[in-house]
Structures are given as structure tokens and as C-alpha cells.
Design a protein around this ligand. Structure first.
Ligand SMILES: C[S@@+](CC[C@H](N)C(=O)[O-])C[C@H]1O[C@@H](n2cnc3c(N)ncnc32)[C@H](O)[C@@H]1O
Length: 316
């Protein structure tokens, strides 16, 4: 479905200028929604969703845990990328509780420095069983296949597990099992977003089970027409569901699952998790992700509300 023409497109510098003016805190990155239930509900929803997709990430015996782990899963280290990461909220609350190694990418200096400070107490960091790598850069310039390529990105630090360089394995430093994109993709224009998705899928680890997860606000789409709503305050777009799907397709990604985040307070934009998969790179496809199996856990047609957890209400 073709997108309607957009009057405005995000400006990278204006977006960064806006976020530079916000406090380097959970409340700051969530536009004032950091003090209530939203961060807990969001993190819990994300973690359960991820566990449902990858039950082998469960760290305790549970009904979510796969009864027959896939070959090689037991000894594997899982590596996740958290983009537009703010102060590292998603890495701290969702990713590192489940995976071994996380890479955090964020352009705003105050946020990325705060993430580096906070990272020393994230799960698995004090005992060096896990690692977090903090990188400063924009998504427009960032290439997940070469995370610290200069001058597009600056490596600020790595905390937790570290190995002498001569003991590095590809498991430690290359490719991602999970690329998590939350509440930041509105800072990319449509062409930049498609280009980023293409780079991200090229950096997914082979084997058929690596995923890109997009968790974003959705604007309404009367008559099911793909559209976006521009917010001049932070120079960002809120896209509709159909527009996201159009862009996933343009990037060559297959949508395998979509689920509305339940439990946010009334009046906010609906937030949906889209799970994307690159079939063409898959050698051994997980049977749960077979072609044509597309789970739509929620329908949003009548759910578009007027509010937005990050920057205020929907602009109509
Ligand atoms: C609403 S916050 C969300 C932060 C984090 N994803 C979370 O959920 O806690 C939006 C984030 O996008 C970042 N951002 C803005 N422009 C960006 C760009 N061009 N590339 C990557 N991230 C960007 C902001 O600095 C900010 O940290």
C-alpha cells in the first residue's frame, strides 16, 4: 500500500537537539511517563514477549522454556543490539536479564554517558558474566555489521565480561540474535529507516532464529491508508501500522508476529511490537517461524487514542 505524501520529515540535528534538552533519566527518555507504571509494564511486556519468541532465553525452569532446546542453543551466547537506547532502559530491564551480551547505541551525549554510568550495575556486569558495549552514534549512520566504524560511531566503553583480544570468538563480537528498536525510529525518514532495516538484517546472525523487534507508537490510519504524523517538537514521525508494514516490505523483511502492548494507561498511542525476520538468510528455519505463519495477536483499528508516552498527544 502506498504511503500518503508526508508534509514533514525528521531532521536528525533537531531531534538530537530536542533530546539534549531532556533529563538523562528514565523519566526524561519517556517524556514524563517514567514515574508511573509505564516503565514496569513496558519492560514486563517486552520480556515476556521475547521469552515467548525465544523460550531458551529463560534462566529458570518454566513453562515457557522449550522442552527440546534447539541444537547448539545451550552453549551459545546470545547478543542483542539496543538502538536509540536513551539511558539504556531496555538493555537494563529487558535484554541483559535474558541475553549475555548487549550493544547500546545512542546519539545524545548526556544519555549515552548516563548509560555508561548505569551499565556497571546492570545484570551480569558486576560479576562479569555478561557484557555491555556502549556506542555513541545516530541510526542514520550506524551499521550494525560494523558497530564501531569511525567516524560514524564512537565506542564509549565496554563493561562486564571481557576477554583478551586473542581469545575473542565470533560469538563475542559479530552479528546479533536480537535487534531491539523502541521509541526511536520516528527520528528516521522513510528512506533512512528502510536503509537501516537493510543494514540491521545483514547483521543478523545466521541460523534462522535472529530477529528484529520494532516496538513503536502507532498513529491512527482512517480508511486503512498508510500515514505518518509529524511532531515538530522533537522532529519525529509517528507512523501508522500500514506504513510500518510497507517499510518492512521495502526492506525485504518478513513480519512474523505483531502484538499490542497491553496495560498502558488510557489515552496513549497504541504501542505495538512487530517481529521481523529475514527468510532469505535462513539456513535452518525454526519451525515456529515457518513461512506464511503470521501471528496477529491484537487488532488496533479502534484502539488509536490521543496520547503518546514520549511527546504528548496525537496531533490530528
Ligand atoms: C523516546 S526515547 C527512547 C529511548 C529508549 N529506546 C527507551 O525506550 O527507553 C528516544 C530516543 O531516540 C534517540 N534518538 C533521537 N534521534 C536519534 C537518531 N537519529 N538515531 C538514533 N537514536 C535517536 C533519542 O536520543 C532518545 O534516546
Amino acid at each position: 500500500m502506498a504511503a500518503t505524501p508526508m508534509a514533514e520529515t525528521p531532521d536528525t540535528a533537531l531531534g538530537i537537539e530536542y533530546w539534549n534538552s531532556q533529563p538523562a533519566s528514565i523519566d526524561g527518555v519517556l517524556g514524563g511517563f517514567g514515574e508511573g507504571s509505564l516503565p514496569r509494564v513496558d519492560a514486563l511486556g517486552s520480556r515476556l514477549f521475547l521469552l515467548h519468541l525465544r523460550p531458551e532465553l529463560c534462566t529458570v525452569p518454566s513453562s515457557l522454556k522449550s522442552l527440546s532446546p534447539l541444537p547448539g542453543a545451550a552453549e551459545k551466547r546470545f547478543r542483542a543490539l539496543d538502538v536509540g537506547a536513551g539511558v539504556g532502559r531496555v538493555t537494563a530491564e529487558v535484554l541483559l536479564p535474558l541475553v549475555h551480551d548487549a550493544v547500546v547505541v545512542e546519539p545524545v551525549t548526556n544519555f549515552v554517558n548516563e548509560a555508561l554510568t548505569r551499565s556497571t550495575s546492570w545484570r551480569g556486569i558486576p560479576d562479569a558474566t555478561k557484557s555491555a558495549t556502549i556506542i555513541q552514534g545516530t541510526l542514520q549512520a550506524f551499521d550494525p555489521a560494523c558497530p564501531i566504524r569511525l567516524p560514524e560511531a564512537t565506542l564509549l566503553g565496554r563493561v562486564g565480561r571481557s576477554l583478551p583480544e586473542d581469545q575473542w570468538s565470533l560469538e563475542d563480537v559479530s552479528g546479533f540474535d536480537i535487534v531491539w528498536c523502541q521509541w526511536c525510529l520516528g527520528h528516521l525518514s522513510d528512506p533512512d529507516l528502510v536503509a537501516f532495516f537493510k543494514r540491521a538484517q545483514a547483521a543478523l546472525r545466521p541460523g534462522g532464529r535472529s530477529l528484529i523487534i520494532v516496538k513503536e507508537n502507532l498513529c491512527s490510519e482512517p480508511d486503512a491508508v498508510a500515514r505518518a504524523s509529524y511532531d515538530p517538537e522533537d522532529s519525529s514521525l509517528t507512523r501508522s501500522d500500514a506504513l510500518f508494514k510497507d517499510l518492512f516490505k521495502k526492506a525485504g523483511l518478513t513480519l512474523i508476529r505483531e502484538q499490542i502492548q497491553e496495560g498502558f494507561e488510557a489515552g496513549l498511542y497504541p504501542v505495538k511490537m512487530h517481529v521481523l525476520y529475514n527468510f532469505s538468510s535462513c539456513l535452518n528455519i525454526d519451525p515456529r517461524f515457518t513461512t506464511g505463519t503470521h501471528y496477529n495477536d491484537n487488532h488496533i483499528a479502534e484502539r488509536n487514542g490521543p496520547g503518546y508516552p514520549c511527546t504528548g498527544g496525537e496531533k490530528k
